[in-house]
Design a protein. Structure first.
Length: 133
């Protein structure tokens, strides 16, 4: 059931991106190895592709919302599995698994098409007025 609007998802993206970048220090597991860099890199990636997404909070409409959601699912799966993929599960695994599952869940619950607010923004002509249908 897709109940999350794309604009709400956008806010969640930026919050999750910052949280992932800061998580190793917030939760005290920063050792400078894979347990630290996987969430930092994925968090930076979320912010980057959010800025490039064709939705209300994107800066440049370079990728579709459907592509964005697919990236969320793949990134969430990598994050959730990373403690076992990269061999640090004996040290820390809870933040990676929980945040990865939340990322996947948000993607699966988000509507794949932006609201008319974003679509109308892209239909403006060169004079700044809305194009007619």
């Amino acid at each position: 059931m897709r109940v999350i609007e794309t604009k709400t998802h956008g806010y969640l993206d930026y919050i999750m991106g910052v949280l992932l970048i800061a998580a190793p220090w917030i939760f005290g597991f920063a050792r400078g190895e894979a347990e630290t860099w996987v969430p930092v890199i994925l968090g930076a990636g979320i912010i980057l592709y959010s800025l490039l997404t064709d939705y209300e909070l994107g800066a440049t409409p370079a990728i579709s919302m459907r592509t964005h959601l697919m990236l969320d699912v793949v990134g969430g799966a990598i994050l959730a599995a990373s403690p076992w993929l990269f061999g640090f599960a004996d040290y820390i695994w809870q933040p990676h698994l929980i945040l990865g599952i939340l990322e996947i869940g948000a993607a699966l619950m988000t509507k794949p098409v932006p609201t008319t607010e974003r679509r109308n923004h892209h239909r403006r002509d060169h004079h700044g007025t809305a194009a007619t249908h």
